[in-house]
Design a binder for this molecule. Sequence first.
Ligand code: B12
Ligand code: SF4
Length: 452
Amino acid sequence: MRILLARPPRRDHRDAGLPIPPLGLAYLASTLEAQGRHVELIDAYALGWSWSRFEREVARRKPDVLGMGTMTPVADTVWKAARRLRPHVGTIVVGGPHPTAVAHEIFSDCPQVDHGVSGEGEEVIGPYLDWLAHTKGAPPAGVIARNHPLVPHSPQKPIASIPWPARHLLPQGSYRYLLATLPGFATMITSRGCPFRCTFCDKSVSGSRWRARPAADVVDEMQALAAQGIGFINLYDDNFTLDRKRVAAICDDLIKRGVDVEWKCEGRVDGVDLPLLKKMRAAGCRTVAYGVESAHPETLALLRKDITVDQAEGAFAATRAAGLRSLAYVILGSHGESPEDVHGTIRFVQEIGADYVQFSSLTALPGTPLYAMGGDTSEVSVRSPVDSESKRNTCTSLSEEELDRLMRVAWRSFWMRPRPLARLARDAVASGSLKEGWRMGFQLARWSLRPG
Ligand code: B12
Ligand code: SF4
């Protein structure tokens, strides 16, 4: 059976998204290889292929099974791929956050899709392919099939037993990250799941049970990546700092082994302290990203973020004191916020000394508690400049024009300052991401400097 896993090309030339490795597909590929199956992986997005080149390459391979993964806001590109590739492939199966969140809706979204996989795919893909070979009876747990109810599958094995991602199938040299401090970029996941309950977050793939890999296994993978010439690793765990003892053990081991690699991780403002941050700095960490979300306690409560404004201030001060850079994720214009409130949050991220900021609006994506509460009824739809210019429904009490204006004010008032710009330019040079930085910077500047 010829299996091809693929990420489609960019939607169009306006898509300035960064080429980040599709780790989910690489994990599936390593699992399939470990089962002795032959699998190919095409990342047309990172390779910068056109849609016709993508179609030609897939047609040439004529896979029996084509697998693609997708998030909700970019699902249209996967549906487009399914329509174009239908004549050249046997079965089309899709997985990832969107199919997990909407299950059988994928068939009305895109009739060309044959099956979906819900949740983490490693333990489902093998039984699915075996079922496909015989197509007898009900599909295995975790498989979304027409005319069959979905039987959910929860992972049984410890995540440390999953083979490392099959990065040898990825165009490793094509990946870039703007905040990387060294050339050679890779991503890793050292834990899955998150016990918190933020209303805007889709945890449907990995759920609320936090499962972590042992420190030594994490450091083995980081060391192996460093030996392959990777200079910077982005740890994309939802909540890397949840178990501080494990973080400390990872750092101690990195220092003991002298692993020469720099890294960034995602943490919560209530999950760090100065001694831990100093240890992280000594172990090669350069940046910690935190969900600050808002400077307003009412909004934090609405988002069920379970943090305080003081904790955000404290975490950013400690991060700076440890010699680390900070990235703040911020949500502007949530329900009940006035333009003055939004301005307050914009000022707050500058006051706490965030080095980088990413502003978003509140979106009720399928799979989030907000969506389950009926939160996507808003008529307001704003553009997210970092998400390929696509428009999306937003939960807000502000008008579309007002929110759009405030978002543009936020981006330009933070980024159009000499220090952040200079830092970003230095990172882009250091990480070899000048082309990507220019492309994204141009899109952002064009959008945020628009009059009005
Ligand atoms: C890294 C990351 C990114 C990277 C890109 C990653 C990539 N190239 O795949 C960047 C930073 C670019 C990114 C961007 C966005 N992201 Co993002 N991202 C993540 C993050 C933090 C980790 C993803 C990851 O590597 N997970 C680890 C792997 C192992 O899991 P996985 O990818 O889900 O894959 C598993 C299963 O889903 C399944 N599977 C996946 N694909 C397939 C395919 C087949 C055939 C099968 C059978 C199974 C299968 O099996 C895999 C192995 O278990 C997740 C949060 C999370 N914890 O997953 C959010 C997350 C996926 N992102 C999210 C969102 C919303 C976005 C944005 C839309 C945000 C925005 N700007 O508004 C953009 C989209 C940009 C774009 N143009 O694509 C949401 C998606 C929610 C949804 N319902 O769609 C998530 C879940 C965050 C959240 N908690 O809400 N993201
Ligand atoms: S936003 Fe972060 S802390 Fe909140 S539920 Fe999602 S992963 Fe957990």
